[in-house]
Design a protein around this ligand. Structure first.
Ligand code: PLP
Length: 415
């Protein structure tokens, strides 16, 4: 790994990129911030911050409602953001992009409306053992209320899905498969293409939780063909409180509305309401206008930087991090998949993750500790939680070296 320069990689000028993120310039506890909690949320480039404040400073107004100038400017910017998102994931139509509050909101939308229309007693829903709570609980609620059964694809000791078991699980009772593209805890990249192909062979729709994928991996929904795909704006360098549900026109038209209110209607009388067309049918009420526009700016920033270059650098950084971390005495990785991205979970000897996290924080290093909203996965590994370092393209090998030194220092104090 000596060929990896600290800052300037062959294709990505990380030093220049870091200057785009004002928050990265600060010190924490007197040390330069080493931000390795990107799986929880990513930092925002200046252009996203400026785009959001420009909305409030220059054209704050409600969308789709006014004939006045500001409302038209806001509507155009909001709809442009939808086009940018559609282009980024290569959706066939921009009306297949529904703005939501985040991944959780997007999955709840599908679980709620799908179960109301399509689930009944005797049916089943398939998720996997490595799901985030937000791709477990909405389906549990859906199953509880419809009488359907929740089934879980098991994983092997490396944290990879057991695809043979998955295939065997696909019987006539299965009405939908909802799995994560990338595990937020272990970084496993799931074979989503195979999952979709197998499910579609039985006419079963697939929802992909792309919360940890879309910022690391180039996704073409027309090639991959998920029926639904959910992600959060704040994990892809955009504002908090924003997110996306992509759905095919066919499936979105089959689902009933989620929430009722303004914008999702064509006409309302006390006798009957005619719902609006896509995407507005699923966007009741005033949306997070500034946030959606900011998300568009974030995606444009990624596109200008180059998602392939980002992917390449993050792969090198991950390989470097794994190699360096492996040298730490007593380290145990949780998840060791052949294909992975983004997150590395580990424990060192019997040190509690919180203690490790606190001592790293004192050295200016931000990592996540705990169950990472994957409690069933923690139960499988019979651990209370992990320390998780999660990477972004603005991280450097120098920061990885600081993490490794920080862990060694913390371990020497705690053991
Ligand atoms: N799914 C995965 C894989 C995640 O990592 C997360 C957040 O960590 C979520 C869903 C939920 O995202 P949000 O809290 O932004 O709705």
């Amino acid at each position: 790994m000596e060929h990896i320069a600290n800052i300037v990689t062959a294709d990505l000028d990380v030093a220049r990129i870091r200057k785009d993120f004002p928050i990265l310039q600060q010190q924490v506890h007197g040390k330069p911030l080493v931000y390795l909690d990107n799986g929880a949320t990513t930092q925002k480039p200046q252009v996203v911050i400026d785009t959001e404040s420009r909305y409030y400073e220059e054209y704050n107004s409600n969308v789709h409602r006014g004939v006045h100038r500001l409302s038209q400017v806001a509507t155009d910017a909001y709809e442009k953001a939808r086009h940018i998102v559609a282009g980024y994931i290569n959706a066939a139509h921009s009306h297949e992009v529904i703005f939501t509050k985040g991944t959780t909101d997007a999955i709840n939308l599908v679980a709620n409306t799908f179960s109301r229309r399509f689930l009944k007693a005797g049916d089943s829903v398939i998720i996997s053992a490595m799901e985030h709570h937000s791709n477990i609980v909405p389906w549990q609620i859906a199953c509880e209320e419809s009488g359907a059964t929740l089934k879980v694809i098991p994983i092997n000791e490396k944290g990879e899905l057991r695809m043979d078991t998955f295939e065997a699980m696909l019987d006539d009772t299965v009405k939908i498969v909802a799995v994560t593209y990338v595990s937020n805890t272990m970084g496993t990249i799931n074979p989503v293409q195979d999952i979709i192909t197998l499910a579609h062979a039985r006419n079963i729709p697939v929802l992909l939780d792309a919360a940890q994928a879309v910022q690391h991996i180039s996704i073409d929904v027309q090639a991959l063909k998920p029926d639904f795909l959910a992600f959060s704006g704040h994990k892809i360098y955009g504002p908090t409180g924003t997110g996306v549900l992509y759905g095919t026109t066919e499936w979105l038209n089959k689902l009933p509305p989620y929430q009722g209110g303004g914008d999702m209607i064509k006409t309302v009388t006390f006798a009957k309401t005619i719902y609006n067309e896509l995407p507005y049918k699923f966007e009741a009420g005033t949306p997070h206008i500034a946030g959606a526009i900011g998300l568009g700016a974030a995606i444009q920033y990624l596109q200008q930087t180059g998602i392939e270059k980002i992917q390449q650098w993050e792969e090198q950084l991950l390989a470097y991090a794994l190699e360096q971390l492996r040298g730490i005495d007593g380290i145990r990785f949780i998840g060791d998949a052949a294909h992975r991205s983004g997150a590395i979970s580990f424990l060192v000897h019997n040190i509690h993750p919180f203690d490790m996290g606190e001592l790293l924080d004192q050295q200016g290093i931000a990592v996540r500790t705990g169950h990472h909203c994957t409690e069933p996965l923690m139960d499988l590994f019979q651990i209370p939680g992990t320390v998780r370092a999660s990477l972004s393209f603005y991280n450097t090998t120098e920061e990885i070296d600081k993490l490794v030194a920080g862990i060694r220092r913390a371990a020497s104090m705690l053991l």
